[in-house]
Design a protein around this ligand. Structure first.
Ligand code: AMP
Length: 278
């Protein structure tokens, strides 16, 4: 497995693979601090072709600078996880490589799903502009045939899908299921920031999704989620049932329950098909 750090190294590897435009293969965008959820994405990619993991903590998608500063960074362990999961390369660019000083990096037009639902878009202003900017920038640097994103970040998956359909229709975008801890908590790099008491409360999130999945109407489901979360001491940002594709009002088919909640000072998100649960 190779570790690439610059665009020149990517271009060198592209030529070595006998390609003229782009590395090809399947790209797995991440911010590092990798866990079994990321490993599942890498294995899925590696089963389809050369898997290229990018690791870059992108400053432009953090609406809170303190969140950026304390984001866990564990490059050595990340590289080992990628190798063990079958990655053929890891791309670890510097901030200057992605955002060359003095050069504006395009922010692609934001699809409606990045601004209308009032979910992540409302609670993390500027987040999707940063995500779309870095996704397009690094995918253009790498030139893959496909990219894989996790369903855990459901709105992000839909935003990226819609954005890329507009600017790069040939690129295949693959969604991958959420990997969970044995107690149901969705794996997340942010889980390492949870103090023991908060870690013990966090499974209220998948429990709330499960409760929601058993209710007969979206309103009952939303009330049930709020109740489970607040009883466990979590502070709810949203706990809603929406249509899975446009994230607007539920339609009775293809709906999803989505949660964002603060747990001991850490913001966690999760979602599941509704009705049903994780
Ligand atoms: P992140 O490094 O958290 O930005 O995530 C990188 C990619 O991994 C995104 O596409 C996430 O949706 C995906 N991902 C994060 N956690 C999980 C998980 N528990 N299961 C599956 N995919 C995940």
């Amino acid at each position: 497995m190779m570790i690439l750090r610059t665009l020149d190294e990517v271009d060198g590897e592209t030529a070595r693979r006998g390609r003229t435009r782009g590395l090809g293969g399947i790209c797995i965008p991440t911010m590092g601090a990798l866990h079994e959820g990321h490993a599942s994405l890498v294995r899925r990619a590696a089963a389809l072709g050369p898997a290229i993991v990018w690791i870059f903590v992108n400053p432009t998608q953090f609406n809170d600078p303190a969140d950026f500063d304390r984001y866990p960074r564990t490059l050595e362990a990340d590289a080992e996880l990628c190798r063990a999961a079958g990655a053929s390369a890891v791309f670890v660019p510097s901030v200057a490589e992605v955002y060359p000083p003095g050069r504006a990096v395009e922010v692609p037009p934001l699809p409606r799903i990045a601004t209308e639902p009032g979910l992540e878009d409302r609670h993390r202003p500027g987040h999707f502009a940063g995500v779309c900017q870095v996704v397009l920038r690094i995918l253009r640097m790498l030139g893959p045939d496909a990219a894989i994103f996790g369903e855990k970040d459901w709105q992000q998956l839909q935003v990226v899908r819609a954005m890329l359909a507009g600017v790069w229709p040939d690129l295949r975008v693959i969604g991958a299921p959420t990997i969970r801890e044995p107690d149901g908590l969705a794996m997340s790099s942010r889980n390492t920031l949870l103090a023991p008491a908060a870690r013990a409360s966090a499974p209220a999130i998948p429990r709330a999704l499960l409760e929601a999945g058993r209710r007969g109407s979206p309103t009952e489901a939303e009330n049930a989620m709020r109740r489970v979360l607040s009883e466990a001491g979590l502070e709810v940002e949203y706990a809603v049932v929406r249509h899975g594709e446009d994230l607007l009002a539920p339609r009775g088919q293809g709906d999803r329950a989505l949660i964002a909640a603060w747990c001991g000072g850490v913001r966690l998100i999760d979602n599941a098909p509704w009705p049903m649960g994780p």
